[in-house]
Ligand binder design. Structure first.
Ligand SMILES: C[S@@+](CC[C@H](N)C(=O)[O-])C[C@H]1O[C@@H](n2cnc3c(N)ncnc32)[C@H](O)[C@@H]1O
Length: 210
C-alpha cells in the first residue's frame, strides 16, 4: 500500500541525521545529471521538491538567483538548513511542502526533484506533475527510481514495502499530458534515470514566433 506523505516524513525524520553519510554510485550519477540538466542561469528561481538534506538545492544555488527547497520531513529540512549554513549560501530557503501542495506560489523557472517522487503512487505522481506544470517552469528535471524495463525482482533498487516507482512510460505520458516535451532521457541503471521535460510552446507563443 502506498504510504501517506506523513508516513514518509516520519520515516525520513528518523533517517535524517545519517542520510548524507551513505550514497550509492547510482544515486550520485543521478544527482549529478539532475544538477547538469537543471543548469540555472543567474536570473533563475529553482524549486527543488523532496529536497531532503538539500543535495540538489545547494549544488544549484551558486549559479541560480534563488533556490527554494520543499520537503515533508522536518528532520531532513533541519539537516538541509544546517548544510546551507555550512556552505554560507544565503539564496536558499527550505520549508515544508509536498509534491501536490508545494506551498510555494512565487515565480519559478526550473523545478528539480531527485530520488523522491517514487514515494508517490502513479496517480499521485500524475497529480504532482500537473501541479508542477501549473507553476509554469521552463524546465522540470526529474531524477528517480524508474523502470526502463522489467525490474529484476531479486534486485530491486528500492524498498517494495515503502516505495512505488513508475515505469518511464508512465512518467513520460504524465509529463507530456501536462504540456511538457521530453528533451532528454538518461538511463543510469535499469531502475534509475533522469527525465528532462521542457515546457512545450503554447500555440499562442508559437504563433508569436512565426
Ligand atoms: C531519498 S530522499 C531524496 C532527497 C534529495 N532529493 C536527494 O537527492 O538527496 C527523499 C525525500 O523525499 C521526501 N518526500 C517523500 N514524500 C514526499 C512528498 N509527498 N512531498 C515532499 N517530499 C517528500 C522525503 O521526506 C525525503 O526527504
Amino acid at each position: 500500500m502506498t504510504k501517506t506523505p506523513e508516513d514518509h516524513g516520519a520515516r525520513f525524520d528518523e533517517l535524517a541525521a545519517e542520510y548524507d553519510d551513505d550514497e550509492s554510485a547510482e544515486y550520485r550519477a543521478c544527482a549529478d545529471l539532475v544538477i547538469d540538466h537543471a543548469d540555472p542561469t543567474a536570473d533563475d528561481v529553482v524549486l527543488d521538491l523532496g529536497t531532503g538534506t538539500g543535495a540538489i538545492a545547494l549544488a544549484l544555488a551558486p549559479t541560480a538567483d534563488r533556490v527554494v527547497g520543499r520537503d515533508i520531513s522536518e528532520g531532513m529540512l533541519d539537516e538541509a538548513r544546517a548544510n546551507a549554513e555550512e556552505t554560507g549560501l544565503d539564496n536558499v530557503a527550505f520549508g515544508r511542502g509536498t509534491f501536490r501542495e508545494p506551498e510555494y506560489d512565487g515565480p519559478v523557472d526550473v523545478v528539480t526533484s531527485n530520488f523522491a517522487m517514487h514515494h508517490l503512487s502513479d496517480a499521485q505522481k500524475r497529480d504532482a506533475i500537473a501541479v508542477i506544470a501549473d507553476l509554469g517552469p521552463r524546465t522540470f528535471v526529474l531524477g528517480d527510481v524508474m523502470f526502463f524495463g522489467e525490474p529484476d525482482p531479486e534486485e530491486p533498487f528500492y524498498s517494495p514495502d515503502v516505495d512505488d516507482p513508475a515505469t518511464v512510460g508512465v512518467l513520460a505520458d504524465a509529463l507530456t499530458d501536462a504540456g511538457f516535451s521530453l528533451s532528454a532521457v538518461e538511463p543510469v541503471h535499469e531502475q534509475v534515470g533522469v527525465l528532462v521535460a521542457e515546457r512545450a510552446p503554447s500555440a499562442e507563443t508559437a504563433g508569436e514566433r512565426a
